[in-house]
Write a protein that binds this ligand. Sequence first.
Ligand code: SF4
Length: 334
Amino acid sequence: MQIDTLYIERAALAYPASAKIVSKLSAQRVEEIEDHQSVFSRRGTNYLTKRTTRNLFIAVKRGALVKEAPVAYGYGSDDLHYYYIHAYNCIYECEYCYLQGYFSSPDLVLFVNHAEIIGEMRQLVAKHASKRVWFHAGEFSDSLALSHITDELSEYWDFFAETPNAWLELRTKSINLHVMRKLNPLPNAVVSFSLSTPAQAEKYDREAPPVSQRMAAMLRLKERGFRLGVHFDPLIYATDFAQHFETLVAELANIIGFGAIDYLSLGVVRFAKDVYREAKQNYADSEIFARNFIQGTDQKMRYIRPLRMQMLETGRELLKKHGCPEDKIYFCME
Ligand code: SF4
């Protein structure tokens, strides 16, 4: 991957992962820095500069490495849900992405202190030994898109293989299975793909692989015995939403089959207020904003509740119609 400036934190140099990452990148400039935050947060770079300039930081994640997930984030309401932070920002450019406006820079940050992240996971699992504890990857960056460069998944695999009450979810839109080919399926690790109707993905999921290729990647993983999940998120209103969604569901049933999918979430498009403002500015002509959004009590910008519920219920009914067991479906963040 071609990088403009590669910034390496001095503390990160002590981690073997840093050298591995550097060896896979081609950078025009390399700069050693003390603390990535002082450069990354100071930049104030427009989100869309990611189209022309790609800077990358190799850094040590400080502060909370594993965070509690919001309510209704993952499948299993009796389970505990956390997400862990292995990177910031993404090589794709979805128009609704909450990373715009969330950070003050679209530059990529790859963290290398995975042993410490796993250490925090270990403590949480020990504290909640009688519970199923989920750790979701992909909150601040796609979990597979750069995995051939970061190459950290085998470390996580070792931890999850020996910790049966810890469950891993890798959330992705990527078809990069390079690293997955070297791993064996685990009973407590799920790879979940975000899917939307092909027409909407083509419009809004800029740079991300087409839905047909995401399904092909799912099929390859299914054939190898990996557990799968699906996130129909975000659902974006269109007059012909139901018709296109049904075609997508029928294809999923046909190509993958619901027996091979552990869970499916449905989530309607939503934005934090700052992200909404930024996304509207970045994509002024986007049809995402053709419908009105209103601010909810949680400060998030969403469609009005009746429309959200209608879309979620329509999605659920269509999934059931095509053979998906109801207990595999959940509404995300509603
Ligand atoms: S794949 Fe996810 S993280 Fe990447 S741009 Fe799209 S929404 Fe953002």
